[in-house]
Write a protein that binds this ligand. Structure first.
Ligand code: HDD
Length: 697
């Protein structure tokens, strides 16, 4: 691969962050002799003010934290590259699409929105999906989410939205959660939020992995070619592993068992060489087409159904390198929607307009000044030449006396390059200066209904359960009622089921601004269901638990272990405790995890061992029953070998009804290897939704 790695920045002379350096020094490069004891007047006397080594160390420590992001504070990131499938010069002169096979380095940060920097990964929330392309024509930041629409239409409402969503200001609760009064108060008064609410309340709000979610640029952007011709475009990232989610009960339990669940998953996959990959697809359409749509493409609460404008696959993105340092890279990376390059331009989406300002602005506080572009992770690979000077934390050392243009003393340099430089698309505008919005922006429900109607039965039930849960946490009854009255406009079935779950009557529908909206072009869009992207049918990186105890029939487990590992799964020996166990024929088995430190929610599937003594011992352990009950009700795959089926019986799991209990497999020990293909197929299905409704009776 030509260039899949952003080269290390050359450090300033004398500044070294070399982890292999052997000598401990101060920040002035003075070698330190004693790093244990401060300087004192006598062994039991007072510490001395002159101890510059102590003072430097503590002063630096005192200033280690920077403000966290106002939204998307919690995130995880990785380096990688984008590879263009083909030249796209017909539509754009953007450098990453200039030629077939062209490689552009990227840095990608995934995030939750509401929670603070140290909050849990599995909160119900949208996920950020921000991509920085280090193109040879400058940095291009595509700052998107895992959801193709947004809560609001105009940036003017963003501070209100975020204030309503974040912990309530008087007591600072709840952390990383939207299930509280102020959020639902705001969104129930803003019907334009309804479409995005449907997405966030769906399983998209609790992804299984950052590697298994889509990304969307959300807004309509422009592509501009070398002739200055422009088309509109929407950006879509599709994961090769498919789109998969958690179920709510599982997400809640994972939050306790491993709050870093998504961060760990991304890190471990990349460390093990399982590089996550997405395909970039574009919805390309003309302004004339856009005008004919029943909705406005400048309205970020609306999507363009793929059935109306299909995706054109244009390239793939692979993440193949973990950051060397979390703070230096993941924390200090500054994505800005204002960062575009020749060939890409904005549309007049009023939400995007506010973002173009907000991101650069926020970095100035967050990263301490206007020179954040010099921080290595933010620095472009393209060279920077301009007359901007000075400011806090300036690293560059420009030489000479010329910092203005026009100049003659430097021969006019740096020179403007004219036609090949960035030029805003010369859109013709003859308009009045007004505050307001276009008519189609007032339609709020058609696409919310489209989304709901496009879900499978299991997905619909999860949406209903999510609304029920969230609204049950709302204390003010009038807010619940108002939200229900809005949901009636989406689907009477949805509103009725949510109302029943809250012990309420279905209220009258909220009045709509547009009573008779234009007929939608598409009424069901299979592409909106998570089931549309099942993945490649493999089990690479799937986490599989093999329960062990002394006395297990080891040979059958070992044969499966090898087959599953060869198929790319990550197989763990999980015991009642960690450490050594002895198999029935004296084999030594090291359990790396215990059911106490790694409960069932952290695994995609479990294998129950054969061996009467082992099964008896496992049956007597409370953790085993909890482990199996959770895995059953979350629709995971369970395989019981030989006597292991007794554990299913004891957990009350009916394995006789194969229709309702798909993904529960039984095999004799001698047939363990033969069962592997069926087991792999069941694990690849991700989840068996027929049984995720509740615990076994
Ligand atoms: Fe935003 C961060 C995505 C609307 C203002 N936003 C931020 C990040 C993502 C998004 C992924 C985290 C970037 C990172 O990893 O560092 N934001 C979106 C999407 C939006 C959106 C997809 C709608 C389509 N955002 C939006 C609006 C505004 C902001 C309308 C303000 C007018 N967003 C910000 C911000 C943040 C941010 C305050 C916080 C930290 C940062 O920018 O760097 O400026």
């Amino acid at each position: 691969m030509a260039r899949n790695k952003k080269p290390a920045q050359s450090p300033q002379a004398g500044i070294s962050a070399d982890a292999n350096a052997t000598t401990l020094t101060t920040n002035q490069g003075v070698r330190i002799e004693d790093n244990q004891n401060s300087l004192k007047a006598g062994l039991r006397g007072p510490s001395l003010l002159e101890d510059f080594i102590l003072r430097e160390k503590i002063t630096h420590f005192d200033h280690e934290r920077i403000p966290e992001r106002i939204v998307h504070a919690r995130g995880s990131a990785a380096h990688g590259y984008f590879e263009a499938y083909d030249t796209l010069t017909q539509y754009t002169r953007a450098a990453p699409f200039a030629e077939k096979g062209k490689i552009t380095p990227v840095f990608v940060r995934f995030s939750t929105v509401a929670g603070e920097r140290g909050s849990k990964d599995t909160a119900r929330d949208a996920r950020g999906f921000a991509v920085k392309f280090y193109s040879d024509e400058g940095n291009w930041d595509l700052v998107g989410n895992n959801i193709p629409v947004f809560f609001i239409q105009d940036a003017m409402k963003f501070p209100d939205l975020v204030h309503a969503l974040k912990p309530e200001p008087h007591h600072g609760m709840p952390q990383a959660g939207s299930a509280h009064d102020t959020f639902w108060d705001f969104v129930s008064l803003m019907p334009e939020s309804t479409h995005m609410l449907m997405w966030v309340m769906s399983d998209r709000g609790i992804p299984r992995s950052y590697r298994m979610m889509q990304g969307f640029g959300v807004h309509t952007f422009r592509l501009v070619n070398a002739q200055g011709e422009s088309v509109f475009c929407k950006f879509h990232w599709k994961p090769l592993l498919g789109t998969h989610s958690l179920v709510w009960d599982e997400a809640v339990k994972i939050a306790g068992a491993d709050p870093d669940f998504h961060r760990r998953d991304l890190w471990e996959a990349i460390e093990s060489g399982e590089f996550p990959e997405w395909e970039l697809g574009l919805q390309i359409f003309t302004e004339e087409q856009a005008e004919s749509f029943s909705f406005d493409v400048l309205d970020a609460t609306k999507l363009i159904p793929e059935e109306l404008v299909p995706l054109t696959p244009v390239g793939r993105m692979v993440l193949n390198r973990n950051p060397d340092n979390f703070f230096a890279e993941t924390e200090q990376v500054a994505f800005c929607t204002a960062h575009i390059i020749p060939g890409i331009d904005f549309s007049n989406d009023p939400l995007l307009a506010g973002r173009i300002h907000s991101y650069v602005d926020t970095q100035i506080t967050r990263l301490g000044g206007a020179n954040f572009h010099e921080i290595p992770v933010n620095a472009p690979l393209a060279s920077i030449q301009n007359n901007q000077r000075d400011g806090m934390h300036r690293q560059a050392v420009p030489s000479g006396r010329i910092a203005y243009e026009p100049n003659s003393l430097a021969g006019g340099c740096p020179l403007l390059i004219g036609a090949s430089g960035f030029e805003s698309f010369p859109e013709v505008l003859e308009v009045d200066k007004v505050r307001g919005k276009p008519e189609k922006f007032f339609e709020h429900y058609v696409q919310a209904t489209l989304f709901f109607d496009s879900q499978t039965a299991a997905e619909k039930e999860h949406i209903i359960a999510a609304f029920r849960f969230e609204l049950s946490k709302v204390g003010v009854r009038a807010i619940r009622e108002r939200m229900l009255s809005s949901l009636v406009n989406v689907s009477v079935q949805l509103a009725a089921k949510v109302a029943a779950g809250l012990g309420m009557e279905v209220p009258a529908a909220m009045s709509k601004v547009i009573a008779d909206p234009p007929l939608p072009e598409v009424t069901v869009s299979p592409a909106l269901s998570l089931m549309a992207l099942p993945g490649d049918g493999g089990i690479r990186t799937r986490q599989i638990a093999m329960l062990v105890e002394s006395g297990v029939q080891h040979a059958s487990l070992a044969s499966l272990y090898d087959i599953l590992t060869d198929a790319g799964a990550v197989v763990h020996w999980v015991g009642p405790r960690v450490g050594l166990f002895t198999g029935s024929c004296g084999e030594k088995i090291q359990a790396g995890k215990s059911m106490e430190n790694s409960p069932g929610v952290l695994f995609d599937a479990v294998v129950l061992p054969d061996g009467c003594d082992a099964v008896q011992a496992l049956a007597g352990n409370d953790h085993t029953m909890e482990f199996l009950t959770d895995m059953f009700r979350h629709g995971k795959t369970l395989l019981a070998l030989g006597a292991g089926r007794k554990l299913l019986d004891m957990a009350g799991i009916d394995h006789s009804l194969q229709e309702t209990n798909k993904g529960i497999l039984l095999a004799k020990s001698a047939k363990a290897a033969e069962t592997a293909p069926a087991f792999i197929e069941a694990v690849a299905a991700h989840r068996h939704s027929s049984r995720n409704s509740g615990p076994p009776a």
